[in-house]
Design a protein around this ligand. Structure first.
Ligand SMILES: [Zn+2]
Length: 234
């Protein structure tokens, strides 16, 4: 039996619509799998970000603004976290609030604070750790971001050099600086490649002004992310 032409047209239109929906569904599934794969297979990394100081330990203060180092460290840490998370990297923060990690403010709080940071870092099974700080010195001459690593630790040295290379390209860096060896508790105790980024001097008038700018802190976060990623993928 022959179907009337108008039924044939309706049937054909319905068939085309179903085909189109099936195509869209297929694209959606493929994109979903690609996205999942990109997280599972291409970026199976865990990174610890340590925003230095916090709570009653504000770190150093801005020479003119009196801004607390601990607050700026936290802001850069949050910006850096966002950059890593965009690529699917798992991020563990030692602190995400303005508070410190010492529990009570009783004597020995600084030691308890550092010990807690080490507990978090070493419990994260991380591929690397970045501790964020700001510097202060009596001379106006001192400025620029510097990265520190533990002496004799080759992986940390490579990470520090990769981060330093990026930081040397920041708009606030007036000359190229080298990654430096540093004898710091957090570097000595970390069970993964670890660096301290001293992101600039709050004692230098110009650099303090820059560090107070949200865009500049964002720039620093992106550069640290680029350096760390270059190390992870090397
Ligand atoms: Zn500090």
């Amino acid at each position: 039996m022959q179907l009337p032409a108008r039924f044939k047209r309706k049937f054909f239109a319905l068939f085309c619509a179903c085909l189109f929906v099936a195509f869209l569904f297929g694209v959606w599934v493929v994109k979903g799998v690609e996205k999942a794969n990109s997280k599972v297979h291409f970026y199976p990394f865990t990174v610890v970000i340590d925003a230095g100081h916090g709570g009653i330990d504000g770190g150093v203060s801005g020479k003119n603004s009196k801004v607390k180092e601990s607050d700026l460290n936290l802001d850069i840490a949050k910006k850096l976290k966002k950059e890593f998370e965009k690529t699917g990297v798992k991020v563990v923060m030692t602190r995400s609030s303005f508070g410190g990690l010492y529990g009570t403010t009783a004597k020995g709080f600084k030691k308890r604070d550092l010990q807690k940071r080490i507990e978090i870092i070493n419990g994260a099974n991380a591929d690397l750790m970045i501790s964020l700080h700001l510097n202060y010195f009596s001379s106006q001459q001192c400025r620029g971001a510097t990265t520190f690593y533990k002496d004799g630790d080759e992986k940390s040295k490579r990470l520090a050099q990769a981060v330093q290379t990026q930081l040397n390209s920041s708009s606030g860096q007036t000359r190229n600086l080298s990654a430096l060896k540093g004898d710091y508790f957090i570097l000595n105790q970390a069970n993964c490649p670890a660096v301290i980024c001293e992101c600039g001097f709050l004692s230098n008038d110009e650099e303090e002004k820059l560090l107070l700018l949200d865009e500049y802190r964002q720039e620093l976060a992106i550069l640290i992310f680029k350096g760390a990623t270059a190390y992870l993928l090397s």
